[in-house]
Design a protein around this ligand. Structure first.
Ligand code: PEP
Ligand code: MN
Length: 362
């Protein structure tokens, strides 16, 4: 008898589950539509006041046996799940997001440099331009090793206002001259949007440093430029914040964005930052943009630049960035991390030997 009753009751529960499922999905579809309307109105999806009103209405209508507290918990979960769904939906429509597995942005320069899916490139040069001789000495070695993009930093973001701030426009002139001499393209950090028109005369691509990753005015301004933009991850930025920073540039109209992982701040005392190598496959998976690994600022020390370079080579990244100086010990900035010319040659030997043996998984 009781066995039959159990079966009867269970048979009653099953269709109710299906009804709840149907209603949950119906609710989610409507919520997605609401999200679209809010987007058109330029308003955020998350509306805590509206959630509070819905919970109050549910509590007033609740006749048990569930307590109001339990009902609130259940609906709170439904609200969260709906918000997650809306976020996923919104992400699928952002420009940085990879839409198909074979969607890859490849950025090409006049000298034949291609940054993107099918190659591994090295971007190198001193931390800052210090003199013509310094740039010329480094560029000759870079050229020899096939490097096609040189750092030509005229403006340096420094912790102390009393430290060397860069040679400014004079440094850019030197960088341009040297790059032209060796057939390289030059990239330089734009610290402020007021510098864009002046810098445009010297550089082939703009560089946004870690400290400026969330400077939305600067990002928007570079979105209006026709030259490629390299965007570094902020040292305290999540990957979501990073890709949304790239979205600012792309939403402005500039589709040529390169992402650079440069290490994040952690409790590690032995390195300047911690290289977040997992960011590389995640950014490659989530976005269609080229991803480069900065092996200099991530560690802040030259003794482990080589192993980090080898790791970068097999990480799925599209290239690495390394600081190289003819005499790092007397460098005006980042003396501890820049490689000398012999160390750079060794790095290139090791990366090339890995490249020769390495087949990127499909
Ligand atoms: C740089 O690469 O020149 C630099 C200043 O690094 P970051 O912005 O990552 O600190
Ligand atoms: Mn530096």
């Amino acid at each position: 008898m009781s066995k039959n009753r159990l079966k009867e009751l269970r048979d009653e529960i099953d269709p109710i589950n299906l009804q709840i499922l149907e209603l949950l999905n119906k609710r989610a579809s409507i919520a997605l539509e609401i999200g679209q309307v809010l987007k058109q109105l330029g308003t955020r999806n998350y509306d805590p006041q509206r959630e509070a009103e819905m919970l109050t209405a549910l509590q007033l209508a609740n006749e048990g046996p569930f307590s109001n507290e339990t009902i609130s918990k259940i609906f709170h979960e439904i609200f969260r799940a709906t918000l997650n769904l809306e976020e996923e939906d919104a992400r699928a429509t952002i420009l940085v997001q990879r839409k198909q597995p074979d969607q890859h942005t490849i950025i090409e320069f006049d000298n034949g440099l291609r940054l993107g899916n099918d190659s591994f490139e090295v971007i190198a040069g001193p931390c800052a331009v210090e003199s013509y001789e310094q740039m010329d000495t480094v560029a000759a070695v870079l050229k020899e090793r096939g490097v096609k993009m040189i750092r030509g930093m005229g403006f340096k973001p420094r912790t102390s206002p009393y430290d060397f701030q860069g040679m400014g426009e004079e440094g850019l002139k030197i960088a341009r001259q040297v790059a032209d001499k060796y057939g390289m393209v030059v990239i330089s950090e734009v610290l402020d949007l007021s510098l864009i028109p002046m810098m445009d005369a010297y550089v082939d691509a703009f560089w946004i440093g870690a400290r400026n990753m969330q400077n939305s005015y600067l990002l928007r301004a570079l979105g209006k430029q026709s030259k490629p933009v390299l965007l570094k991850r902020g040292f305290g930025a999540t990957l979501k914040e990073f890709i949304y920073a790239a979205e600012y540039i792309m939403a402005g109209g500039n589709q040529q964005v390169i992402l650079m992982e440069r290490g994040i701040r952690t409790f590690s005392e032995w390195t300047r930052n911690t290289l977040d190598i997992s960011a590389v496959p995640l950014l490659k998976q989530e976005t269609h943009l080229p991803v480069i690994v900065d092996i200099s600022h991530s560690a802040g020390r030259r003794d482990i630049a080589n192993p980090l370079g080898r790791v970068a080579r097999v990480s799925g990244a599209d290239g690495l960035m390394v600081e190289v100086h003819p005499n790092p010990d007397v460098a005006m900035s980042d003396a501890k991390q820049q490689l000398n010319l012999a160390q750079f040659n060794q790095l290139m030997d090791d990366v090339e030997s890995i490249s020769a043996r390495y087949q990127q998984p499909a």
